[in-house]
Design a protein around this ligand. Structure first.
Ligand SMILES: [Mg+2]
Length: 334
């Protein structure tokens, strides 16, 4: 794990106010003005607030320390830093994922995984009874956050890291990369009972070798080029063609496992937004817990991209506005 650097918010707004210790000619108005930051009154103590021809000057250190920030002065670069010690990430959108990542690490999440793989085992038993020839039965599973836990990488990124293929590869090769509860047991159960498992993942070709080596080490069966389908160079993110290729080999796909709706079908349109995807899920309500076994992933996925309709050109501010609009839709006390 990388060292966690202090995340500093350089607030240009009031940098020049470091000079407020210099005596101002402007009148002191500390008794007549209040400053409120995000709902919290700022207490400047004995420090003065100045009004210089309509422009209000407040003491930088007292401002931030009063609201719980830590303040540092770098005399070499003549820079004032203020940072919120309660923040784990260095950006708003990452900070919003912190609780989601913690939930993925929770006992409740583990219970969801055991529950889903227990159900998958039951469904596979039913398939064995239904079909005479187990050799034709296939299960298709996504890899990341379905079979293999990606939260250790997420936690690293949220604190100090970067989303990149190289960094992801490093995390996969580390000891922190572990199977999710019930995953190894279930995939082996299928194979031990005559079925075939396929791994359809959007990992890119640079991760092929680490995928094979780590999944074999974890104990997953059938980890080879005939059963692991990564997203090859130039291939679309859709997994439909890879799923179709398995069907064309003559397999009866009795179950699909995934943490993202894309792992099951192309019928869940990310670009058409949240409501369209929810409707599509409802249209297939009988499949969930039957042919489709879905796992929770509150950290990332098409559920989030659907909020801004997969428009990659949107700024952070625009995406935040789209998220807020989802909540606005659910306000019952307008
Ligand atoms: Mg996944």
């Amino acid at each position: 794990m990388k060292n966690i650097k202090k995340r500093r918010l350089l607030v240009f707004l009031i940098v020049f106010v470091m000079a407020t210790t210099v005596v101002f000619a402007a009148p002191v108005i500390s008794d007549t003005i209040k400053v409120n930051f995000q709902g919290k009154d700022v207490d400047f103590g004995e420090m003065n607030i100045y009004n210089d021809d309509g422009r209000i000057y407040v003491p930088y250190r007292q401002f931030f320390e009063s609201i719980g920030y830590d303040v540092e002065w770098d005399d070499t670069t003549k820079t004032a830093f203020a940072f919120d010690p309660l923040r784990i990430s260095d950006s708003v959108d990452r900070e919003q994922k912190v609780d989601a990542a913690l939930w993925q690490l929770s006992a409740e999440a583990r219970a969801c995984f055991w529950q889903s793989f227990n159900l998958a085992t039951l469904r596979f038993d039913q398939a064995l009874e239904e079909y005479e020839d187990a050799d034709n039965l296939a299960v298709i599973a996504d890899v990341d956050d379905t079979l293999v836990d990606g939260v250790m990488f997420t936690a690293d990124v949220l604190q100090d890291g970067e989303w990149s293929g190289a960094a992801f590869g490093e995390s996969l090769a580390s000891d922190a990369c572990l199977p999710l509860p019930g995953a190894v047991e279930f995939m082996n159960y299928v194979v031990d009972n005559g079925g075939t498992v396929f791994y359809v993942t959007n990992r890119d070709p640079s991760l092929r070798e680490v995928t094979y080596s780590r999944m074999e080490e974890m104990g997953f069966p059938m980890v080879d080029e005939d059963h692991v389908f990564i997203r090859e160079e130039g291939m679309a993110s859709s997994k439909e063609s890879r799923r179709q290729g398995i069907v064309e080999q003559g397999y009866e796909v009795v179950m699909l496992l995934g943490d993202n709706l894309e792992d099951f079908s192309d019928l869940f349109p990310v670009t058409e937004g949240v409501t369209a995807r929810r409707d599509a899920v409802d249209d297939m309500k009988d499949q969930w817990g039957d042919k489709f076994i879905v796992f929770p992933n509150a950290v990332y996925g098409d559920w989030e991209k659907a909020i801004y309709k997969y428009d990659k050109t949107k700024t952070l501010e625009e995406r935040m506005a789209d998220k807020k609009a989802i909540f606005d839709e659910y306000k019952y006390n307008q």
